[in-house]
Design a binder for this molecule. Structure first.
Ligand SMILES: O=P(O)(O)OC[C@H]1O[C@H](OP(=O)(O)OP(=O)(O)O)[C@H](O)[C@@H]1O
Ligand code: HPA
Length: 178
């Protein structure tokens, strides 16, 4: 599995350090708001788990599953595969994502939550790839700004592989180019 990685971009240690900083900023803003933290499956589960352990105040957790990628390509169609259990009306919501790429996933989700009456919707993303953006959306709390390369590990996948790498790395082109 590690042989398929061209280079490591962010090590576990770097991610841990950045997660501490992001959690401190979120805590300052949300510690008295009882926010609803929404993890976007499947990619965000590892990052969400790391963040939740650092958010030491009253909050609720829910999951949503949306997908739009086929291999390394965005299909452009965001599908809601699993909906939330919670009512978001009047709630301060924080979405946890692994990566903002074209921005389509988050644009869809933020709109959905606003349509359902959320009081506020913030986005916390481990990675942001602004060079690939196709719709206008920004993260409120971003771990790292990345180059335009296909990344795997720490939740990010290629065809549902590599999610369990304990770092974020660039996938070798030879793995997906024909
Ligand atoms: O900004 P975008 O271009 O929309 O890309 C970002 C989304 O793509 C990935 O999800 P994917 O659809 O691959 O599902 P997954 O989380 O199950 O891997 C990733 O986890 C983000 O949710
Ligand atoms: O670089 C990426 N890697 C894995 N999944 C993704 N979804 C959007 N961008 C990426």
């Amino acid at each position: 599995m590690n042989n398929d990685i061209e280079r490591v971009l962010y090590s576990q240690e770097e991610i841990n350090h950045r997660a501490d900083e992001l959690a401190a900023a979120i805590t300052e803003e949300y510690h008295d708001q009882n926010p609803l933290v929404i993890s976007v499956l499947t990619g965000a589960m590892i990052f969400t788990s790391d963040m939740l352990k650092r958010l030491n105040f009253k909050l609720n957790v829910d999951l949503v599953d949306v997908s739009s990628y086929d291999g390394t390509d965005s299909t452009g169609q965001v599908k809601l595969d699993l909906d939330l259990k919670s009512d978001v009306k009047g709630r301060s919501v924080i979405i946890m994502e692994d990566i903002i790429d074209t921005g389509r996933t988050l644009k869809y989700l933020v709109q959905l939550l606003k349509d359902r009456g959320a009081k506020s919707v913030a986005v916390c993303a481990l990675l942001d790839k602004p060079g690939r953006r196709e719709v206008s959306i920004e993260g409120d709390y971003v771990g790292f700004t990345t180059p335009n390369e296909f990344l795997v590990g720490y939740g990010l996948d290629y065809n549902n592989l590599y999610r369990n790498l304990p770092y974020v790395g660039v996938l070798k082109r030879s793995v997906y180019a024909n």
